[in-house]
Design a protein around this ligand. Structure first.
Ligand code: C2E
Ligand code: MG
Ligand code: MG
Length: 625
C-alpha cells in the first residue's frame, strides 16, 4: 500500500555542495525558532512520513492541541480540514507538498475542525523542507484563522445583494434569481410568475407622518410579505415603496392570483406603528413566464405595466399583464416622443370658439383651444395629449406658448379698426399655475404682445382652487391686481363650495356642458348654479350649448352668456375673423332650415352677418363633436 510520503523526490539544493554546513547554523536555528514562536501565523512542521515534529504557540491555539501531546502523531490527527460548503474532507496539503515537492495551498472556503470540534475557517500554505543535499525531509505548513475576514467578506457580499432597510434581496439578487429560475423553467418546461407590488398612497403617509414612520411601515410590509409566500419564493425590495416577488414554481396563472389575493388580505390589516394605526392597500401587476416575456427584463417591464393598470383602476387590486397593455404603452411612448418635438416643429395650433351674449348673439369673447397638428395622425385633441404633456413636464412650455399666441392674436384683432375688441379666454392647467414664475410670465406676455390685461381671462379648474388654498389665494390676488380676469371652468363637475368660491377673486363661472346637456330634463341644477353665481356677483357662461332649446332655457333661467356648437365650433383665427365683423351670431331659424334634419355637418358652420345669412363650408376637419 502506498503511503502519502511515497514517491518523495530528492532534489539538489541550488548553489550548495553536498555535506556543506554553515558555521552560522546553530545561531540561525535559534533565531528562526524565536521568530516562529512569536509570529501570529500558525506554523506546523512534519517529518517526511507526515508525523508532527513541531507546533508553534499560534498553531496550538488554532488546533487546540499542544506540541507535547501531538509530537510524533500523524498530521491528519491534528489538522482535519473540510470544505465549508460541501463538508467533505479536503486532502492534506502537507502530504501533497512532500509528495510533489512543491508549495501547496488549500482551496478557498476551507474549515479546520479544532480538537474540541469547533470549526475555524482557515487559509494555509504547505511547503516541502529540504536537507542540505536537497532531499525532502518534511514539510512546514503555515495557516491562519480567517474567521474575521471571511465574516466581513460574507457581510459585504450580503450587503451588496440586500436592501439595507428591510434586509430583503435587492434588485441585483432578484435579477440573478429570476434569470436562474427562468433557465430552470425553460429546461423543465414549467412556469414562473413575477409580481410587481407598489403601496397605494405611500407618499402621503411619508409626507404627513415623516420618513421614520414611512421606513418602519416598509419594514412591516416586508415582514408580512415574507410571511405570505413560500420559502422557495423571493420577496425583494425594488426601491421606494416597490417590491417584486418571484414565484419560481407556479403550475398555472391562477396560482399567482392566489398569492396576490393572500398578499392583499395580509396587508389590509392595519399596521400599528407607534401610536398610529396605518391602513394600507397595495396594487400588483403579474407577468408569467413563458407567456409574457422570454427574458427577465421584458417580464419585469410587463409586470410593471400591469401594475400601472391596477393603479389606474383605483388600486387595492392586482392585474395580469395583457398584450394590449403593451400596445397602449407603445402608443403613449410614441405620443410622448412626438410631443417633445411638437413645439420646435411648430405643430401646435390654436382654435378659437366664440362666447356670445345670449340675448343679442354678439360675440363678447373667444376661448383659445389648443390642438396638435400631428404629421401622421392629423388634428389631435387636447384630451389626448395634454395628460401626456403633464406627465412628461411639458405643460409649462406648452402653456406659455398658448398664452403668448392667444394674446398676440387678440391684439391683432384689436388693431383692426373694423372689429370690436373682445376678451380672450385661455385655459390654464394646474401645473402651469403651480409654477413659481406664472404671474411674472403673464405680465411679460401682456407686455410683449401689448394686450391690455382686462382683455385676458384665465380659465382655472376647481381642482386647482381646492389645493393649498393660502398660496392659491395670494397668486390669484396678484393676477387680479394686474387687471387680468379669472374664470372658473367646468363648474359643476367638482366640489367647489360656496364658501370656497368666496375666497377667490373669480369673476366668471363657466357652467360645464354636462349640466347644460341635462337641462331639458331637469333645470334645477343649472338654476342653482346661476343663482349661486349671481349671489357671488359673478358672470355666468354656459358651455356646450348645442340647441336652440338649451339656449332658450338658459336665457329663461337668467344665464347671460353662452358658448357651444349652436353658435360656432372652435375655428382657426382666419376663420374666426369674419365672425368678429358680424353683428350677431345667430343660428338659422327652424322655419328657414326646416329641410335640415341632421345637425350641421362636420366642419360646417352657419352664421348671420347683419341681415344676410352666409353658409360656409370650411375644409377643415374639426374634432371634438
Ligand atoms: P374646456 O376649457 O371646457 O373647453 C371646452 C371644450 O368643449 C372644448 O373642447 C370645445 O371644443 C368643446 N365644446 C365647445 N362647445 C361644445 C359643444 O357645444 N358640444 C360639445 N360636445 N363640446 C363643445 P376641446 O377643445 O377638446 O378642449 C377640451 C379641454 O381641453 C378644454 O375644456 C380644456 O380644459 C383643455 N384645453 C384646451 N386647450 C387648452 C390649452 O390651451 N391649455 C390647457 N391647459 N387646457 C386646454
Ligand atoms: Mg375652458
Ligand atoms: Mg369647460
Amino acid at each position: 500500500m502506498k503511503t502519502w510520503h511515497d514517491g518523495l523526490v530528492p532534489k539538489a539544493p541550488l548553489g550548495m555542495a553536498e555535506g556543506a554546513v554553515s558555521a552560522e547554523a546553530p545561531f540561525a536555528a535559534e533565531r528562526a525558532q524565536l521568530t516562529v514562536n512569536s509570529i501570529g501565523d500558525a506554523v506546523m512542521s512534519t517529518d517526511v512520513t507526515g508525523k508532527i515534529t513541531y507546533l508553534n504557540p499560534a498553531a496550538e491555539r488554532i488546533t487546540g492541541w499542544s506540541r507535547e501531546v501531538v509530537a510524533g502523531h500523524p498530521v491528519g490527527d491534528v489538522y482535519r480540514v473540510i470544505d465549508g460548503t460541501t463538508r467533505e474532507a479536503v486532502p492534506s496539503p502537507t502530504a501533497l507538498a512532500i509528495r510533489e515537492d512543491r508549495t501547496v495551498t488549500l482551496p478557498p472556503n476551507c474549515v479546520l475542525i479544532r480538537r474540541d470540534g469547533v470549526e475555524v475557517p482557515i487559509e494555509d500554505s504547505a511547503a516541502p523542507i529540504h536537507d542540505h543535499r536537497g532531499y525532502v525531509t518534511g514539510a512546514v505548513t503555515v495557516f491562519r484563522d480567517v474567521s474575521t475576514t471571511r465574516a466581513l467578506a460574507l457581510r459585504m457580499a450580503h450587503q451588496a445583494q440586500h436592501d439595507v432597510l428591510t434586509d430583503l434581496p435587492n434588485r441585483l439578487l432578484l435579477n440573478d434569481r429570476l434569470t436562474q429560475a427562468m433557465a430552470l423553467a425553460r429546461r423543465q418546461k414549467t412556469k414562473l410568475a413575477v409580481l410587481f407590488l407598489d403601496l397605494d398612497r405611500f407618499k402621503h403617509i411619508n409626507d404627513s407622518l415623516g420618513h421614520d414612520i414611512g421606513d418602519r411601515l416598509l419594514q412591516a410590509v416586508a415582514r408580512r410579505l415574507v410571511g405570505c409566500v413560500r420559502g422557495s419564493d423571493t420577496v425583494s425590495r425594488h426601491g421606494g415603496d416597490e417590491f417584486v416577488i418571484l414565484l419560481p414554481q407556479v403550475r398555472r396563472a391562477r396560482d399567482a392570483a392566489v398569492s396576490a389575493e393572500k398578499i392583499l388580505l395580509a396587508l389590509n390589516a392595519p399596521h400599528r406603528i407607534e401610536q398610529h394605526d396605518l391602513h394600507l392597500t397595495v396594487s400588483m401587476g403579474i407577468a408569467t413566464y413563458p407567456e409574457d416575456g422570454a427574458d427577465a427584463q421584458t417580464l419585469m417591464r410587463h409586470a410593471d405595466l400591469a401594475l400601472l393598470h391596477a393603479k389606474d383602476a383605483g388600486g387595492n387590486r392586482y392585474r395580469f399583464f395583457k398584450a394590449r397593455m403593451n400596445a397602449r404603452a407603445i402608443e403613449r411612448q410614441l405620443l410622448e416622443h412626438g410631443l417633445r418635438h411638437a413645439m420646435a416643429r411648430n405643430e401646435f395650433v390654436l382654435y378659437f370658439q366664440p362666447q356670445v351674449d345670449l340675448r343679442t348673439g354678439t360675440i363678447i369673447a373667444a376661448e383659445a383651444l389648443i390642438r396638435w397638428r400631428h404629421p401622421q395622425r392629423g388634428l389631435v385633441p387636447p384630451a389626448q395629449f395634454m395628460p401626456v404633456a403633464e406627465d412628461c413636464g411639458l405643460m409649462v412650455p406648452i402653456g406659455r406658448w398658448v398664452l403668448h399666441e392667444a394674446c398676440r392674436q387678440a391684439r391683432v384683432w384689436q388693431q383692426d379698426p373694423n372689429l370690436r375688441p373682445i376678451r380672450i379666454a385661455v385655459n390654464i392647467s394646474t401645473a402651469e399655475l403651480r409654477n413659481a414664475d406664472f404671474v411674472a410670465a403673464v405680465r411679460d406676455t401682456l407686455t410683449t404682445t401689448g394686450l391690455a390685461p382686462r382683455y385676458l381671462e384665465l380659465e382655472l379648474t376647481e381642482s386647482f382652487l381646492m389645493q393649498d388654498a393660502s398660496s392659491t389665494v395670494a397668486e390669484l390676488q396678484a393676477l387680479k391686481r394686474m387687471g387680468v380676469r379669472l374664470a372658473l371652468d367646468d363648474f359643476g363637475t367638482g366640489y367647489a363650495s360656496l364658501t370656497c368660491l368666496k375666497r377667490f377673486p373669480i369673476g366668471r363661472l363657466k357652467i360645464d356642458q354636462s349640466c347644460v346637456r341635462d337641462l331639458a330634463h331637469d333645470a334645477r341644477l343649472v338654476r342653482a348654479m346661476i343663482r349661486m353665481g349671481n349671489s357671488l356677483g359673478m358672470r355666468v357662461v354656459a358651455e356646450g350649448i348645442q340647441t336652440r332649446l338649451q339656449r332658450a332655457l338658459l336665457q329663461q333661467e337668467g344665464c347671460p352668456e353662452g358658448q357651444g356648437f349652436h353658435f360656432s365650433r372652435p375655428l382657426l383665427a382666419a376663420e374666426f375673423t369674419p365672425l368678429l365683423g358680424c353683428h350677431a351670431l345667430q343660428p338659422p331659424s327652424p322655419r328657414r332650415s326646416s329641410k335640415r334634419t341632421s345637425p350641421p355637418l362636420r366642419g360646417e358652420r352657419l352664421y348671420t352677418h347683419g341681415s344676410s345669412r352666409l353658409r360656409k363650408q370650411s375644409g377643415r376637419q374639426p374634432y371634438g363633436a
